[in-house]
Design a protein around this ligand. Structure first.
Ligand code: UTP
Length: 307
């Protein structure tokens, strides 16, 4: 395969394996108040499981072996959810509900999970930096705990494939309407097609945080999935607080793109920003329609509504 070794520094294949993922989940979730006053938004249920379980399942389906969840005040229920529940398991077994007992067991056994705490919500970039020691000197994925990208071809796996083939970090982007670019971090750069990634691969020149629609360099928005080299930590340490007084991951990635190169990858799939009320409703309706148990009844119910 052709890789762009003239532009980006190369790492040996042994150093390219992506084993770890960081899930920042320490934000205050103010867009979802009052639901998030006393419970983490990452634990709000979409159909029948908390949002963060979808994200953990995406990690597992992508081959991640160790997940680091960054939590904060009031987020203990996230740890409880992925912990053993011997009492509940025993109760279900005694009632003959073996399938449910197995489902509960699977949640705590599917992958190794570690936790670290962000003492104050100083921004997404800061939350990633808090995981520095647990990640160590190896590439890692970042998945936002409130962005769902369900489907058979996990977005994180797609980014890992790019990283493992090229040795250069990659972030997921997707098209958004031109009049909505002011809501997102927006990609600026050039197409960099190469096999086997084709037209989906782009070289980042810059990343622009929430530009005015008329100033946006493209309509490709950053989506909440990243695979980054450990060099991002050095970039984060040099990043001053930006928009909203927070340490922004986008600012550190801009540095990384200039110093080491960074791909944008137009991933295959659909994302839902479930930290936003409308995004949450879309996720709920669309995932309920796809649900094996509920899908057909729910579809019939929606059709019966007089809208
Ligand atoms: P968001 O901007 O969606 O989270 O960050 P938020 O700040 O909780 O949201 P609002 O705007 O107040 O509703 C994306 C992800 O980064 C995490 C959040 O938990 C979310 O999963 N995050 C954000 C942190 O872990 N720490 C922070 O300081 C900020």
């Amino acid at each position: 395969m052709t890789t762009d070794s003239t532009q980006f520094p190369q790492k040996s294949a042994a150093h390219r394996k992506v084993r770890k993922a960081v899930l920042p989940a320490a934000g205050l979730g103010t867009r979802f108040l009052p639901a998030t006053k006393a419970q983490p938004k990452e634990m709000l249920t979409v159909v029948d499981k908390p949002q963060i379980q979808y994200v953990v399942e995406e990690c597992v389906a992508s081959g991640i072996e160790h997940i680091i969840i960054v939590t904060g005040k009031g987020k203990n229920s996230i740890e409880d959810h992925f912990d053993n529940s011997p009492l509940l398991e025993r109760f279900l077994e005694e009632k003959g509900k073996h399938e449910q007992a197995e489902m509960v067991r699977r949640i705590s056994n599917m992958v190794q999970v570690s936790y670290t705490r962000q003492k104050e919500p100083l921004g997404l970039g800061h939350a990633v930096l808090v995981a520095k020691d647990l990640v160590g000197d190896e590439p890692f994925a970042v998945l936002l705990g409130d962005v769902l990208i369900p489907g058979p071809n996990p977005a994180t796996r797609q980014l890992i494939n790019v990283y493992e083939a090229t040795g250069t970090g990659a972030i997921a982007v997707e098209e958004v309407p031109r009049d909505k670019t002011h809501l997102y971090g927006i990609f600026a750069g050039e197409p960099a097609p190469q096999p086997p990634f084709g037209e989906r691969l782009l070289r980042i020149r810059d990343l622009v945080e929430k530009p005015k629609d008329e100033d946006a360099p493209s309509n490709l928005a950053i989506t909440g999935r990243y695979v980054l080299p450990s060099a991002i930590f050095d970039c984060l340490e040099r990043t001053k607080p930006g928009a909203g007084g927070e340490i922004q991951l986008t600012d550190a990635m801009r540095l990384l793109a200039k110093e080491q190169g960074l791909w944008a990858y137009i991933y295959e799939g659909i994302s839902y920003d479930a930290g936003d009320k409308l995004g949450f409703l879309r996720a709920t309706v669309e995932l309920a329609l796809q649900n094996n148990e509920l899908g057909s009844d729910f579809r019939a119910y929606l059709k019966s509504l007089k809208l």
